[in-house]
Design a protein around this ligand. Sequence first.
Ligand code: RNT
Ligand code: ZN
Length: 411
Amino acid sequence: MTAYEYARQRYASIGIDTEDAIRKLQNIHISLHCWQADDVAGFESDGELTGGIQATGNYPGKARNIDELRADILKALSFIPGTHRLNLHEIYGDFKGEKVDRDQVEFRHFESWVEWAMANNLKLDFNSTSFSHPKSGNLSLSNPDPEIRNFWIEHTRRCRAIADEIGRRQGSPCVMNLWIHDGSKDITVNRYLYRELLKDSLDKIFETHYEHMKDCLESKVFGIGLESYTVGSSDFYTAYCTQHRKIVTLDTGHFHPTESIADKVSALLLFVPELMLHVSRPVRWDSDHVTIINDETLDLAKEIVRCNAIDRVNIGLDYFDGSINRIGAYVIGTRATQKCLMQALLEPIETLRAYEAADKGFERLALLEEMKSFPWGEVWDEFCRRNNVPVGESYIAEIQKYEDEVLSKRD
Ligand code: RNT
Ligand code: ZN
């Protein structure tokens, strides 16, 4: 009997069909964030990263141009089972040496991305970019200066049009995330005004209705150098998205450290159409460490499955660790997210719910504990095998090889 066969029988003994879990996981497409490959630099300018975010580490081999970035993404994907999506930021356009300001960007700057993605069986998602620009300052869409605010409104409107065209061409809606860094470092006495301006900017941005893209809005607690006030807070966007039927983006690093992101899934899905996730691993702050299997990621995956919401939750990653091999970082984080989903899909939910309904607290807790040592890893290995990607740790050597042959030759 193979290890998988044993696992299949063990799960069957508690009424779980591992084949069904494998089928479902095959249909979950993770949106890989393009910005792990180059520490959020992009191809627009050589300017520094601003907007209160920071990629730490100086590991050699980061992608320096569009060809290297694409090669790195494909390399990472070769170690990740399933078919996935790539999440682009506006600053990753194919500008071909042209200086294209953010209020000038057009679909043509992303046409080669769409062609490349289609040739590689990838779908694209999109993000407007408020940071790393001379007009970023501390306030963009909430700036009282009409010239600056209108600049960012125009940028974001154009990004929605680009996302719509991407979605139309790829035959799958392009999910466009809107995160802005707007905030302030110290005590702020005009909080209402900036939020009023942001609300007005959003209303203007969303005036056009599109068929092939989906809007989502991402909140945050604070940024570096913007510690005291964030215009786009969680309350602000929860209210806005509820009122306007927009998608809420939950970045797992954007809440107070003891807040459960998993618990937000059922609360929000009663009021907004869908969720977008930026799965990350905050260490003490929104440090954007590589996602791993931990209680937070597992709880989140379980809540998605328990809410029967796989079709209403768009799962993306968002971390930028420049201190380790960046392709390895993609592989670890994506596989970890999928492994958490695998465990969630193998949960005996009906039995657990029956215990709960009957007030059988001991039985519920005992089964949850026993599930932790069930052979889910064998089911995961089988999933990898069927997808022709390395099983277990064997990708470590392959990534080392890519580092020796390709990454170490950069710089
Ligand atoms: C920043 C947000 C945002 C960014 C990307 C680059 O705190 O998480 O999602 O990480 O837009
Ligand atoms: Zn994020």
